[in-house]
Design a protein around this ligand. Structure first.
Ligand code: 9WN
Length: 424
């Protein structure tokens, strides 16, 4: 089933997340998918990552969508015409979006390499290395809007958890003009139930934020003075720090200097704890740069700093307490994987996208974190629940966090890829 899903979604040099909902190449999807290909066809793992980085912008940003020119503009909203990247200085010839997604690529590349090492893979890793470094440089310089050593996201789409309750407060401050949205036609609700997707109001704001960024040609200078959405996300920055740790391993493997990567990993970890950990809630929260405050929702984002190998013991312990609470239900024997939002919260919605359903990629990341921090029994508990879920429901995009029913796309690439990886 997992193999058939990946094979069915393979498209020349990349894997579409889903044939219906997402007919192009997505950034963090490709990273997760490469891990799956490492088990089946390692050559495709490297082709996948290489094709994504072929669309890297001159400033180092890796776009969150690389558009397939053979697919009609109307097949996905917002399509290439809306982003208009071709007119922007420093963008590649291929049409892309102007946003990024969590930088999980170095982590994925290192993981894929260790799953299937070979001379071919080492050469591919060596070619990818400077591009991964450029990606980090972009995020740690141009996106350090808060000036404290963390990267800011400029749109909820950059978090990968588009409509998480984590973004409700910062989004509420974004003016939403219904007229803006009426000018476009959403495609997602043609293929998925509207009640399982972000709302029209969410989309109006998504469009308004891109419109503001696009009007400045996707430049990042002076964002603090003009951009309507600026947030330091725990997952995004945990990925940023974990990327430096992975780059240190990659550097060692290919004969480059791992030292600067280790130093940067340590700095990002310290900044993440200083800026995003709340000792009163005992979990990590996003920081809204427009208000300077942490956003209050306790979402699964708060657990993801566990992927940082040098996260201090106090925060590791706090995450284990939060994850093991009724909010998320992590245990050595657990019926269902972690939900995307606090089960006990009033705004928990078990069917709506990132506001409750379980997702394989987030569970995979937390499981890696458990293994890295010496929690093999909890990792087995979580891994078993993930495998049972996908084996029973199929390779769906997301799952009802209580019943385990499959939701969204029924043949979703990263679910297949990470199922394969969790099985071994
Ligand atoms: C917007 C492709 C992507 C994932 C995101 C997920 C969803 C897009 C959308 O699909 O986002 O980027 O149209 O909803 O939220 O994490 O990368 O699978």
């Amino acid at each position: 089933m997992a193999r058939a899903t990946l094979d069915g979604n393979w498209e020349h040099d990349h894997t579409v997340p889903s044939r219906t909902l997402y007919p192009h190449q997505w950034s963090w999807d490709s990273a997760f998918v490469a891990i799956g290909w490492a088990h089946l066809r390692p050559d495709r793992a490297w082709t996948e990552l290489t094709s994504l980085f072929d669309a890297q912008w001159r400033d180092g940003r890796v776009p969150h969508i690389v558009f397939n020119p053979a697919v009609a503009d109307s097949a996905y909203f917002p399509g290439p015409r809306f982003w208009a990247s071709a007119t922007v200085e420093g963008a590649p010839a291929t049409a892309t979006s102007g946003l990024v997604q969590p930088p999980v690529h170095a982590l994925a590349a290192w993981h894929a390499y260790r799953r299937a090492p070979s001379e071919y893979a080492r050469a591919a890793l060596g070619r990818l290395y400077p591009r991964l470094v450029a990606q980090q440089r972009y995020l740690t310089t141009r996106r350090d809007v808060g000036g404290a050593g963390l990267a800011s996201i400029v749109h909820p789409w950059e978090s990968g958890l588009d409509n998480s309750p984590a973004w409700d407060d910062p989004l509420a401050a974004v003016p939403a003009e219904a007229a803006v949205l009426r000018a476009y036609r959403r495609r997602d609700i043609v293929h998925a139930a509207a009640a399982h997707r972000p709302t029209d109001l969410d989309y109006a704001r998504y469009v308004a934020i891109v419109t503001a960024y696009r009007a400045a040609n996707y430049r990042d200078d002076d964002l603090i003075d003009r951009h309507p959405f600026l947030v330091e996300c725990p997952l995004f920055n945990a990925a940023l720090g974990a990327a430096e740790s992975a780059l240190a391993h990659i550097a060692e493997e290919i004969g480059a200097d791992p030292g600067p990567h280790r130093q940067r990993a340590a700095r990002i970890t310290t900044a993440l704890v200083d800026r995003l950990y709340d000792p009163t809630t005992g979990t990590f929260h996003p920081r809204d740069l427009r208000t300077g405050r942490l956003t209050p929702a306790r979402t699964v984002l708060g657990l993801t700093p566990l992927i940082l190998p040098d996260l201090p013991p106090r925060q590791v312990e706090a995450i284990l307490v939060e994850a093991g609470s009724p909010r998320f239900g992590l245990a050595e024997r657990m019926a269902r994987p972690l939900p995307s939002h606090d089960r006990t919260a009033a705004d928990f919605e078990p069917l709506r996208y990132w506001r409750g359903p379980s997702w394989m990629n987030i569970n995979w990341l937390v499981r890696r974190g458990l293994l890295a921090h010496g929690q093999p029994r909890l990792a087995v508990g979580l891994g078993t629940s993930m495998v049972e879920l996908a084996a029973t429901a199929g390779c769906h995009e997301y799952f009802h966090p209580d019943t385990g029913a499959g939701l969204g796309s029924p043949a979703f690439s990263w679910t297949a890829a990470l199922l394969l990886d969790t099985l071994t």
